[in-house]
Design a protein around this ligand. Sequence first.
Ligand code: HPA
Length: 239
Amino acid sequence: MAMYPTAHINATPDDFAKTVLMPGDPLRSEFIAKNMLEGAVLINNVRGIQGYTGKYKGKKVSVMASGMGMPSIGIYSYELFNFFGVENIIRVGTAGALDKDIALRDIILAIGASTNSAYASQFCLNGTFSATASYEMLNLAYNEAVKKNVPCHVGNVLSSDNFYNADITANEKWIQMGIKCIEMEAAALYMNAARAKKNALAILTVSDNIITGEVTTAAERQTAFTDMMEIALETAIKI
Ligand code: HPA
């Protein structure tokens, strides 16, 4: 029995490249497809989760939105890995820095993704699972950031279920464990990749600093976003 199309992705495995870039925002997906890929074709639009496949430097690459949060990226990455033959997913997103010395627009490569969500409970493990990035992709992305002279940090991030958290002491405890920033998707992506024996990486740009209260302007976010996308696309065609 064919497992596609699914309830969430109206496409076939042939529609997708081996590597999919995943921004949270569907409009970012459209922006990447129209401005950074050659000959991009819309392959999914269920719930407005725009997915496109085109070419970057002659190589087939796909981009599809994940939506916000672990349940949303959990659905899309599960279906891409398990039903659409996708091998590699690179999340390209934003994060709030938890360290005053991390500047706005810096890049953070999530070598590990800690979480306050119960996503791992489905695997019934007798312990705490370490959700980690693909070393190969992380290494490619790091080298690309160095080459482009983009400040780049590698570390453990927090994938949080809460953008607004009633517990005002929560961040302090994660900071004590060396967590560099908060975002909302990487841990589910890494767990799905591990379970499916596939590869994943989260590349994050710092859109705000939670410690200093600084926030990026729309123009700054666009520049930072372009740097991050070029790093992700170079990683996609080299993996
Ligand atoms: N929290 C969670 N996700 C985020 C943040 C944040 O402060 N900033 C950008 N993405």
